[in-house]
Ligand binder design. Sequence first.
Ligand code: UDP
Ligand code: MG
Length: 309
Amino acid sequence: MDGRLLSLIIPVYYEEEVLEASFLRMDAAMRATGHPYEIIYVNDGSRDGTMKILRRLAKENKQVKVRSFSRNFGHQLAVTCGMDAAKGEALIIIDVDLQDPPELIPQMVERWKNGADIVYGKRVKREGESIFKKVTAACYYRLLSWMSAYPIPLDTGDFRLIDRKVADCFLKMREHSRFLRGMSAWMGFEQEAIEYVRQERAAGKTKYTLKKMLKLAMDGITGFSAKPLTLAGKLGIGLCALSGLGLVALIVLACTCGVAPWLWAVDGLALLQGLTLCFMGIQGMYLGRIYDEVKGRPLYIVAEELNLE
Ligand code: UDP
Ligand code: MG
């Protein structure tokens, strides 16, 4: 029998309506893996009955552990806090609202035992979400994957299993603006997908307001792509090239049939603007390098070593 401990990490924010039903399904799914397990709830500053229910669950079930924030720090930090507390050999991250079916956990654990370091859930369909959410999510994931310097799998959320060695690398990254699925992609390792249909929320409303969603979307792009910083430079080069060609054309015209004086002014202005954008692009390159240093990510990640102990 495989006695390795599993840790299930669940962030909760104003979830009194769904918490108890959710616990029953999560607990049953973890039991079905046949492994010893702990369930770590992180209360992200809820002020409703969430903590009361969590206190009771922790009292009645030894495997339930709880950390409670002093205020709302956000989903990504709540997950990180749960990962900091986890003692398992594999960590599983899941939302409390049962949109990601906990019944997939035993399959994820099987894949892990067969050698996968990260097993992530890939949504093939979303049930019960607004057209707005479906369309914006689909567009965003595609934009992100085009912008990102690292391949971030399409249509994946934070529902995933990660091996202890991956979690240890992950927890060394202490950047404040966190985008877990991007960080997970950045690390590499053996990653496998499990496809599933994302369900409707079991109860309650989404806690991801438009503002929170936009922040997460921006964290994803700014944390994993330098493209926005290089945009000014590219535009500048284009503008300089165009106005340079324009200048040649103006000189030729001036020598033959003459040109209106305002055309010189327009071309001169475009050239100057192009130069300004080029210098902004150069500043962007330095800024990008400073940002990389400040993030303080590991220089490299070793997945395996032979004869080096
Ligand atoms: N959540 C959190 N802090 C927040 C917002 C959400 O811990 O500030 C939790 C929430 O309780 C849930 C998970 O993060 O377990 C995902 O949130 P939600 O289901 O509302 O997002 P959606 O699935 O609608 O994107
Ligand atoms: Mg949800």
